[in-house]
Ligand binder design. Sequence first.
Ligand code: SF4
Length: 320
Amino acid sequence: MNTLLEIEGLEVEFGRQSPTAAVRGASFSVAAGETHCLVGESGCGKSVTALSVMNLLARGARRRASKLAFKGQDLLGLSDSAMSRLRGNEMAMIFQEPMTSLNPAYTVGSQMTEVLRRHKHVSQRIATDRAADLLARVGITAPSLRLGQFPHQLSGGLRQRVMIAMALMCEPQLLIADEPTTALDVTVQAQILRLLASLQRDLGLGLLLITHDLGIVARIATRVSVMYAGEVVESSATAELFANPKHPYTQGLLRCVPVPGKIQRDQPLGSIPGTVPRIGPGFEGCAFRDRCGYADETCAHTVPRHAAGPAHDFLCRLPA
Ligand code: SF4
């Protein structure tokens, strides 16, 4: 498969006085035509990883990596203007809450056409036609009417569809979706996920989907990387991860969701006691050790990464 995004050894830190290591040596890739899900609880570094790729980290954040490349092009060495030409054009991102990305003062149409006109320098007529086509493609009826409306005139589900359509205006090859359904009610969530999966398939997009919902992962992911306290603690093809989870954190997450065939009716779901710790630079050992039922004193030292099968690895002192 044609690899679009390659991340190796990504580190992100915030703060000077009491720095936080938000991402610690994360490595994974996204190929054209695949859906790669990043999963883990809030505060595990998933969104920060995505924002690092787009170079949209908050001011003061420090990012480094042995490799951060899009289609072989080094993203760390790109100037701000080169990055902004790439962003929204070949790589696009949609966020959890569309109102943080949509400008309330402009109509849907002017915001959608502006993206295409800025990157592709096409006429207003061509941009408007493409915007209307894409609104129809994402299941919005009466697209011409919607183009003239303001974001506050749309429901949450419609706004998220508009965001998806806007992200597709320039035909990106990589789409990053950060918890795109969290702010929506359950039936709309399912519609948006079906939409993303069908767009990914039909357009051959590489989709990096960030979620804490393993039910979503089971339905649409090709590969999964599980993040905990800034590290990728397990990475695998989806079916293999659900059938043969190796890291105790992954096993804990899977006990928290009703997986068909693995849970009996009326059987209570599990939970993982404790919370994700805040980690500083130079932290040693496994960050999950305060919550792990298998922890011993060796977990306070560097733990190995094991191969558990083809393209399946995990970070733990326990054997594969
Ligand atoms: Fe648990 Fe130790 Fe493995 Fe960490 S390294 S997941 S604490 S057994």
